[in-house]
Design a protein. Structure first.
Length: 371
């Protein structure tokens, strides 16, 4: 019998709400597999509060580089504002650590390719937090679609209609291209359309619109897109922070069934519904029942999948081409919205203005051009 893998030594960078809440809960759930050894935050008071909350011997640092030099962790969890993600992820990779970083992993495809180069040079991997992929309901739906159990995917709707007020955008880094990377397309709806891409596979074409309707921000506060997938399916995607009745929703109409997910910030098996077409036999519908285990979508579920990959020595889910495809979709949506032209998969690369920045230098959207 082979010995159990050693507990992975983990450091967290940023000790705000997402780390002290979701990430810390995930680490505690996997306490037999991980050991939290260090935390980094530029705010000493917040750092001390987190260390007390975490308990145990957690070393504190106000510098990521100092922590990496002193601790040499196996895994780094990053929960800082988005503008810091690329630099901190690359630094962790160069130190030989794997990374699990909050979305968005970085602010542009150019930054993503810097991370990919650091991965290749180090042999370590960087994953982005897209926890909705990892709930048992999502795993089950993806398997059914992939096996053709529901028939060919035909039409889909992806809806992230949330509400954020002026106080939310009073935080200095929010709503700015240089610090957040974009509006709800990058910071809110990205979870749902990442799951849509996970369920339906490669996209081939995007047409889109975006607007700044309510909030005084550099970036948009609503965007919509029409999407064509490689399998022929057509989809609509809506990303909004203007919607009083908040909901997160995905609906996929296949030839033999409709599958729907309705939730807000996380899902369980009961949030998924399957509606058969009239011609489908009842015994076939019985095979679509939810899996016996009910695993909520969560940081805990994603961390477990990453640790499995670490133990097996393979690329973790939510990294590499998977992570890039979601970021490329965001860039394509912005380019299509701001130029008024359709954008095809693979067209945004070095030399394209939307490669280094999601605003693409467009005169109506680039921050330096706003009055």
């Amino acid at each position: 019998m082979s010995p159990l893998p050693a507990r992975r030594r983990v450091a967290v960078v940023g000790t705000g709400a997402i780390v002290s809440g979701s990430h810390l809960s995930a680490l505690r759930a996997h306490s037999g597999r991980v050991e939290l050894v260090a935390a980094v935050d530029v705010d000493p008071g917040r750092l001390d509060a987190f260390r007390e909350l975490a308990g145990g011997e957690v070393a504190g640092y106000t510098s990521t580089s100092a922590m990496l030099d002193a601790v040499r962790p196996d895994l780094v969890l990053i929960g800082t504002p988005p503008a810091l993600h690329r630099e901190q992820t690359v630094a962790a990779l160069k130190a030989g650590a794997w990374v699990l970083c909050e979305k968005p992993l970085c602010l542009s495809l150019a930054e993503y390719d810097e991370i990919a180069a650091a991965e290749e040079a180090s042999g370590a991997y960087a994953s982005v937090v897209f926890q909705h992929r990892y709930g048992s309901g999502a795993v089950h739906a993806r398997e059914l679609i992939a096996r053709g159990e529901l028939g060919a995917p035909l039409v889909a709707h992806c809806q992230t209609t949330w509400h954020r007020d002026a106080a939310y955008y009073a935080v200095p880094w929010r709503g700015r291209w240089s610090t957040e990377g974009g509006g709800p397309t990058m910071g809110h709806g990205i979870h749902q359309y990442d799951l849509l891409l996970h369920l339906l596979g490669e996209w081939t074409e995007v047409r889109a619109m975006a607007a700044r309707l309510v909030h005084d921000t550099e970036s948009e506060d609503v965007s919509t897109a029409l999407v064509r997938f490689a399998n022929g399916a057509l989809a609509t995607v809506v990303n909004s922070v203007l919607s009083p009745d908040e909901v997160s929703r995905i609906r996929i109409d296949c030839a033999d069934a409709t599958v729907e997910l309705t939730h807000l910030y996380g899902h369980r098996n009961d949030d998924w519904r399957y509606t058969p077409a009239p011609h489908v036999a009842s015994e076939r519908v019985a095979a679509w029942r939810a899996p016996a285990a009910d695993v909520p979508s969560s940081h805990t579920a994603q961390l477990g999948a990453l640790l499995d990959a670490y133990d097996d020595g393979r690329r973790p889910p939510g990294s590499g081409p998977e992570a890039r495809a979601t970021l490329e979709f965001a860039a394509a949506l912005y380019k299509a919205a701001f130029t008024g032209h359709p954008v095809h998969a693979g067209e945004i690369g070095p030399g394209d203005p939307f490669y280094p920045a999601m605003h693409g230098g467009h005169p109506d959207w680039a921050p330096e051009e706003r009055a």
